[in-house]
Design a protein around this ligand. Structure first.
Ligand SMILES: NC(=O)c1ccc[n+]([C@@H]2O[C@H](COP(=O)([O-])OP(=O)(O)OC[C@H]3O[C@@H](n4cnc5c(N)ncnc54)[C@H](O)[C@@H]3O)[C@@H](O)[C@H]2O)c1
Length: 441
């Protein structure tokens, strides 16, 4: 039977990945892609590289790799550029981040050293703990946006990239709530020209990307593109956007465990999470403004997954606390502890303790890769690009962007099903409902 699917342009030529921020996550991503290309390592943690997708009935035994099922850019075709207020090249930045081993970095030095960060759009009021010298100057924020657009066209030309995507891997900015300049594109552009303090640097990159027709994904919890002005611009330009905040570490664990507790109707009295980490991200999060942005992002997942309004006997008024402590000796090797006070049959209390000794950027790097490839796929698929927000990529985020009248989907397993069903839909394969009655007819 001929499958219909939707129209997707083939990925011809190079894909340029533009990174806002050349810190631990960005360098682990770039270095990691090159290590995989050279055959030094496997792309572990990447759904686009290692994941499979079941098609049709279980009896058909069709389960191709995702990268063989939908037309994705290949790793060999990726080229990179970045902005950062700190002038270290990708090799020096990766050395300082201390994620990849020295011997691996030295093997990759010839590739990483030439990647020099472009001057950033940076304002210390938004990231108090950083001081950067590699910074753009401009009379207005609109001038800065135009400079970013000029960087984008220069890179497009110099690298020969046929297509581009942008991923925010920069520091977490101070907490911002939606204000009048964010509510419409006209107000936003006026605010760019009048240097409104409500426009954060990350918004300037996102605006520049969308104007230049470049998909934008936000790996940090900053408000950034999650405002009506930019959501509207994305839809008008038919350019995909998604965010916010890579789902790694403790929140990943939360969105794995909470759906399980709810599935078995086990109650929750409290969930206390604390972390120690010593990388630059941890240092930036010492500032209360940046921490508030992160805290909001980390707190929301449980409420949405557990649905206390539907299950008041189990989840009403559960106590949820998240702490992040900057502790330099650990570097990027975070330790996250969780204590869950749960209850079961007849209300008898139980506890769960989790001690996750993780590596933050090792968990985040494959997400940057998948997002770059899937956002590029969405851009080549008019049916997806015209929608702006790519909710099917919620799987990757702590605070998934969503249509204004919806609540976000946080359950990792529903998110994965949504992602895979979207791919099946694109290719005209039957969506999988897991009903399965036909096996017993
Ligand atoms: N690693 C994870 O597991 C994870 C998970 C979720 C979110 N994140 C977020 O991803 C981001 C990157 O994390 P990281 O560990 O690489 O942090 P990092 O501090 O190592 O790197 C961030 C880089 O961004 C740069 N930067 C700051 N403001 C900038 C601007 N305006 N323009 C361009 N560059 C700018 C900084 O100079 C720094 O080099 C952080 O916001 C972090 O909260 C990370």
């Amino acid at each position: 039977m001929a499958k219909k699917g939707v129209s997707i342009e083939e990925p011809q030529g190079k894909l340029g990945v533009l990174l806002c921020g050349l810190g631990a996550v960005a360098t682990t991503f770039i270095g990691g892609v090159e290590a995989v290309r050279r055959g030094y390592a496997q792309p572990i943690g990447s759904l686009t590289q290692m994941g499979t997708i079941r098609l049709g009935l279980r009896t058909e035994k069709r389960a191709p790799k995702i990268k063989d099922f939908v037309p994705l850019a290949e790793l060999k075709d990726l080229v990179f550029a970045a902005w950062d207020p700190i002038p270290d090249n990708a090799y020096e930045a990766a050395r300082k981040a201390g994620v990849m081993e020295r011997s691996l970095l030295d093997d990759l030095k010839d590739f990483l050293e030439p990647i020099e960060p472009l001057p950033a759009v940076f304002d210390q009021r938004f990231v108090k703990r950083l001081e950067g010298k590699n910074v753009k100057k401009g009379k207005t924020k609109m001038d800065l946006a135009e400079q970013v657009m000029a960087d984008i066209s220069r890179f497009r030309e110099a690298s020969g990239a046929a297509r581009l995507v942008m991923v925010w891997c920069g520091s977490t900015e101070t907490f911002l709530s939606e204000k009048p300049p964010h509510r419409s594109l006209t107000a936003f552009e006026k605010a760019l020209k009048s240097n409104s303090p409500d426009i954060a640097p990350s918004m300037i990159y996102a605006y520049a990307a969308l104007k230049a027709g470049v998909p934008f994904a936000n790996g940090a919890p900053n408000l950034t593109a999650d405002i009506p002005a930019l959501v509207d611009l994305a839809a008008r330009q038919r350019v995909p956007i998604c965010g916010k905040d890579f789902k790694t570490g403790q929140t990943l664990m939360k969105t794995i465990i909470a759906p399980g507790l709810k599935a078995r109707l086990l109650g929750l009295r409290g969930w206390f999470s604390t972390n120690i980490l010593g990388n630059r991200d941890g240092e930036v999060l010492e500032d209360p403004g940046s921490f508030k942005t992160k805290e909001e992002s980390k707190l929301s997942a449980l409420e949405y997954i557990l649905q206390p309004e539907l299950y008041p006997e189990l989840y009403q008024d559960f106590y949820h606390k998240v702490r992040i402590n900057y502790y330099p000796p650990r570097g990027d090797n975070k330790e996250g502890w969780d204590n869950l006070d749960i209850f079961g049959w007849l209300g008898y209390p139980m506890q769960i303790k989790i001690d996750f000794l993780c590596r933050d950027s090792i968990l985040a790097a494959p997400l940057v890769l998948d997002l770059a490839l899937f956002m590029d796929l969405a851009q080549r698929t008019p049916e997806m690009a015209r929608r702006g927000i790519q909710e099917w990529l919620s799987f990757y985020f702590k605070s998934p962007m969503h249509a204004p009248d919806l609540y976000p989907e946080h359950d990792l397993f529903i998110q994965l099903m949504k992602l895979k069903n979207t791919l099946r839909y694109l290719r005209g394969e039957e969506l999988i409902t897991h009903l399965g009655l036909e096996y017993y007819d």
